[in-house]
Design a protein around this ligand. Structure first.
Ligand code: SF4
Length: 382
């Protein structure tokens, strides 16, 4: 199982918290599209084993960004067609496109359906005006709701929305209302993140200058617990720290990331992974276009040591509801890695943060609040 991620580095407006690679100027869209299509050709052999064995099956294509919905459907179609021509995409592959509510209308969603998109991801973040304003989101609460309704009308049942909690404008009551919207609109998948203040973002600058209220970690923890309670109560599975889904709606693309599968990232700043190796494209659209036009992949590569691979497995698997598989660790890295991990895990099991069940180490609901700290405690690197 393998996947392809495509990064579209354009947005209509800069959200204050965002540190992804994007530009609000759209003057480079056409040269970018030309370069992207060329990169697809240059990457044709990415998944091939050195022995030249058969192309592996691609079961997910994810168009993210940035905001892919700033592209015309014709451009999106050209990208998907090109990828299908050069890679072995299964007939039932998951084809996801990230969108913003202000871009979506019924007609566009119907066009998405017609070109083979079968999963739509909507950057909702909140259904409350003051909250959206704090984040400098471009869309209104009404557009957020309308985009969900229209996605359903266009025939999408596989819909995911993003939500952010822990913003100073979001009381627990308003957060509860956001969660109730998820249930009310029967949205099958939700990705939800605590607002974090990243360096060099407008939000960090504004907080430093006293122009925006800072983020309260206790509020974030409380709202995380509220989310667990409300969504689990309504039949959502908390299958990864930041992801909830109704049965049958897990993101196949995200599962590739969390299971150490191979994936190819196309476009500026996109990351790729092959067993024991990761690489990433330059985070600069102009440099990306120039390099591709010169016939050079603008990428850096890092070979992963056994220890790095082990740490990565611990970090990603612990975040999922399936947890760390001790048998898999023993088989892949040997008895010694497994013994040390079990020894390190003991104190977290004793204080109720980790549960050992059927050969797996799984975070308890309380442990989920400290996932990163617990994972790094289990790492091999000191
Ligand atoms: S729309 Fe998404 S990628 Fe663009 S600025 Fe906002 S959060 Fe960042």
């Amino acid at each position: 199982m393998s996947g392809i991620y495509i990064h579209i580095p354009f947005c209509r407006q800069a959200c204050h918290y965002c540190n992804f690679h994007f530009s609000v100027s759209q003057r480079n869209i056409n040269p970018f599209l030309t370069a992207l299509l060329k990169e697809v050709e240059m990457r044709e052999h990415f998944f091939k084993e050195p022995s030249g064995s058969e192309k592996p099956v691609i079961e997910s294509v994810y168009v993210g960004g940035g905001t892919p919905s700033v592209l015309t459907t014709k451009s999106l179609d050209a990208i998907l067609n090109k990828v299908s021509r050069y890679f072995n995409i299964t007939r039932d592959a998951e084809i996801t496109v990230e969108t913003n509510p202000d871009d979506l209308n019924l007609n566009m969603l119907k066009e998405y359906k017609a070109i083979g998109v079968n999963r739509v991801s909507i950057g909702t973040q909140s259904f409350h005006k003051s909250d959206l304003r704090y984040m400098n989101r471009i869309h209104s609460p009404e557009q957020a709701l309308e985009s969900i309704v229209n996605s359903k009308k266009a025939g999408f049942d596989n819909i995911t929305i993003d939500l952010i909690y822990g913003t100073p404008r979001l009381s627990d009551l308003l957060w509860q209302k956001n969660l109730e919207r998820v249930v009310e609109f029967d949205i099958p998948h939700v990705s939800s993140y605590a607002l974090t203040v990243e360096p060099k973002t407008p939000l960090e600058y504004m907080i430093r200058k006293g122009k925006a209220s800072p983020v309260d970690e206790e509020q974030s923890a409380r709202q995380f617990e509220l989310m667990l309670q409300v969504l689990q109560q309504h039949g959502y599975l908390h299958y990864e720290i930041s992801n909830f889904a109704r049965p049958g709606y897990f993101s196949r693309h995200n599962l590739l990331y969390w299971t150490g599968a191979s994936y190819l990232g196309l476009g500026p700043s996109a990351h790729s992974h092959l067993p024991g190796k990761r690489s990433w494209n330059v985070s600069n659209t102009t440099a990306y276009i120039r390099s591709i036009n010169d016939g050079i992949l603008p990428q850096e590569t890092e070979l992963l040591s056994e220890t790095q691979q082990f740490d990565e497995y611990v970090m990603t698997s612990l975040r999922t509801m399936w947890g760390c598989n001790l048998k898999y660790i023993k088989e892949k890295w040997g008895e010694h890695f497994d013994k040390k991990l079990e020894h390190q895990a003991e104190k977290h099991i004793r204080n109720g943060m980790l549960i050992k069940k059927e050969g797996h180490l799984i975070l308890s609901d309380r442990g989920k609040l400290f996932a990163d700290g617990i994972a790094s405690d289990l790492f091999r690197t000191d």
